[in-house]
Ligand binder design. Structure first.
Ligand code: PLP
Length: 365
């Protein structure tokens, strides 16, 4: 049921040739090629596979509701924020990537094809850009062995040539559309037992050592996945990383938020929403950004770390937030029960659903 769309240079009528591309004006164009993700598609020398040398984004897309839905198509949530972060991750790794418009069209083509097979199903849309195959500067990244789906003519419908690309696109680029996993809502309802784990870097490392690529969404997530396995071996569901100097960072695939109820000058009670400081080496969460934008409009106070574990234990509620899992309450931290606030959780999910563009307020903006 999943669909993959490759973004490939349009080699023109002569067919694929390393480093070449047919031109529209003076630029080579990209062709979107829809393929079946169950079939092999990457060269074994692709540096995304051999070194985790690439970047990615995971977005969600809401299926249209109602009888006229199919025509409306899926609505991708926070697409601009994800595309902006993809571009900045790619810049940090110095991997050339297609422009935002090409990714947007690839996602739309993938979602159209996905909706034909799975109508009414919400989707996860993963964008991946790798450095491409080893030893083939300037070319050789054409994907072999992936059968095109759409021998029934569908391919023609989902192939959209004519998008402009810079001539130096030597990486491998694709969009994978799959159904949202059904278990996620359960995990959200149950809440999370979380372990605090040392990430091993101090909170100044990101600024001192940019080659560590902290705060970029690179494909090198083996460490994050190992932390999750460690947590599972201890009976926990998830992880909050701390720096070696004891600051709260982020989850392996999520941003940390906490809330404190605070007295307002007029005697009523307000809410302060706080997230760790991004400069400590964490990813700028798009969910955190959009939640903060809505919370600011609702008159909530916003705060940015530095936070320490004691702040989590003292908070009125703690959550892990991400694009796929949305807002999940933390029920236990290192085995200790944390206070819950179902009303605030609901409010944060409502803020997220507003889908506002993140403001540029605050040090994480
Ligand atoms: N931090 C890390 C390390 C992540 O991998 C993710 C998402 O996967 C997040 C935070 C949350 O980011 P977003 O809200 O943009 O999904």
């Amino acid at each position: 049921e999943s669909v993959v769309v490759f973004l490939e240079p349009d080699a023109g009528p002569a067919g694929p040739a390393a480093g070449a591309g047919s031109t529209v004006g003076t630029e080579p164009a990209v062709v979107l090629r829809v393929a079946d993700p169950r079939l092999p598609a990457l060269l074994v020398t692709d540096q995304g596979a051999t070194r985790g040398d690439g970047v990615f984004e995971t977005m969600t897309a809401v299926a249209p509701a109602g009888p006229d839905g199919a025509a409306a198509g899926h609505r991708v949530r926070k697409e601009d924020s994800h595309l902006a972060r993809l571009a900045s991750s790619a810049e940090a790794l110095q991997i050339p990537v297609p422009p935002a418009e090409a990714w947007r069209r690839a996602a739309a083509a993938g979602l159209r094809s996905f909706a034909q097979g799975s109508p009414g199903v919400d989707a996860v849309v993963k964008l991946v850009a790798t450095r491409g195959p080893e030893g083939t500067p300037g070319g050789g990244h054409y994907v072999r062995g992936a059968a095109d789906v759409g021998s029934d003519g569908e391919l023609a419908e989902t192939t959209e040539p004519g998008q402009l690309l810079p001539p130096h696109l030597t990486g491998t680029y694709w969009v994978l559309v799959s159904p949202v996993s059904a278990g996620l809502a359960d995990a959200r309802e149950r809440g999370l037992r979380v372990l605090l784990l040392d990430r091993g870097f101090d909170s100044g490392a990101a600024e001192r050592a940019p080659w560590l690529l902290m705060g970029t969404k690179s494909l090198s997530y083996a460490v994050n996945m190992a932390a999750l396995r460690f947590a599972a071996s201890q009976g926990a569901d998830d992880v909050i990383f701390t720096s070696s100097d004891g600051k709260v960072l982020e989850g392996p695939t999520s941003t940390v938020l906490l809330a404190r109820r605070v007295p307002r000058p007029d005697g009523t009670e307000g809410v302060e929403l706080v997230t760790p400081l991004r400069s400590a080496g964490i990813l700028a969460g798009t969910s955190q950004g959009t939640i903060f934008a809505a919370a600011a409009q609702a008159g909530w106070a916003l705060g940015y770390g530095p936070l320490e574990p004691a702040d989590l234990f003292d908070a009125d509620a703690v959550w892990l937030v991400s694009s796929v899992r949305l807002v999940a309450p933390v029920t236990h931290l290192d085995g200790e029960e944390l206070p819950q606030d179902a009303g605030l959780t609901e409010q944060l999910n409502a803020f997220l659903a507003e889908d506002l563009a993140p403001g540029d307020h605050g040090p994480n903006g």
